[in-house]
Design a protein around this ligand. Structure first.
Ligand SMILES: NC(=O)c1ccc[n+]([C@@H]2O[C@H](COP(=O)([O-])OP(=O)(O)OC[C@H]3O[C@@H](n4cnc5c(N)ncnc54)[C@H](OP(=O)(O)O)[C@@H]3O)[C@@H](O)[C@H]2O)c1
Length: 205
């Protein structure tokens, strides 16, 4: 999910380089067209994978949106949108794909972000939505262990993907130089392969 994005496309490339067949999902596909705000998005992913490959070994959620500005001045619809895409959507996705992933003892990896570890001014709903989904992952990992599915929460620091320039509201502050997106994608795939429980922001070097 989020296959058209900077990190999503790099993670797909990294997985393909290691021999995986990767289907890209998201609002603009390319392989499965679905919207994370839709409770049925995960079912579309399952149908797409089973229909073309006959199996689903893993799901990476690299979709997300950001907004800037103080909370009081932020349109409530923007707050709702942040939680829909960054928190509710990933949980609905996990609900839909986990039973099928269990058949292959597969993996579910979600990118939350460093903001799950620290709440920043002018990014309050973004930070809160990421903290919500990040907080869900250790519990989900314990639930999924029974069926052999590995769950990963990845919390990369600021990365030079251009995400801040695509904010759905507000204007980004000037950030210090971020990490190299290819290095972040590689580190996330390494963690998937090694079944690391989490990738805290400090684990990105
Ligand atoms: N860049 C950073 O500094 C950084 C740091 C930590 C964590 N992260 C997180 O890493 C993830 C990837 O970010 P990125 O930097 O690669 O940003 P990006 O290039 O803007 O990618 C975001 C992706 O999310 C997809 N998306 C947005 N809304 C969606 C929806 N409703 N349904 C399905 N897909 C949707 C976009 O696809 P379409 O627009 O085509 O639908 C795009 O593929 C995000 O969750 C972000 O919060 C980023």
């Amino acid at each position: 999910m989020g296959a058209t994005g900077a990190l999503g496309s790099l993670i797909a490339t990294e997985l393909r380089d290691r021999g995986a067949v990767v289907l890209g999902a998201g609002r603009h596909g390319p392989d499965v067209v679905c919207d994370l705000r839709d409770v049925d998005a995960g079912h579309a992913v399952v149908r797409g994978a089973l229909g073309t490959q006959g199996r689903l070994d893993g799901v990476v959620n690299a979709a997300g949106i950001v907004a800037f500005g103080d909370l009081v001045g932020t349109d409530p619809v923007v707050v709702e949108e942040l939680f829909l895409v960054n928190a509710l959507g990933p949980l609905w996705l996990a609900q839909a794909v986990l039973p099928t992933l269990a058949e292959r003892r597969g993996f579910f990896a979600n990118i939350s972000g460093v903001v799950a570890e620290q709440s920043l001014a002018n990014m309050v709903p973004y930070c809160a939505s990421k903290a919500a989904v990040s907080h869900a992952m250790p519990g989900l990992r314990r639930e999924a262990r029974r069926s052999g599915v590995h769950v990963l929460d990845a919390r990369p620091p600021h990365t030079e993907t251009g995400l801040a320039g695509r904010a759905i509201a507000g204007t980004a502050p000037t950030f210090p130089q971020g990490l190299d997106p290819a290095a972040v994608a590689r580190r996330i795939v390494e963690a998937i392969v090694a079944d690391e429980a989490e990738l805290a922001s400090g684990a990105f070097g």
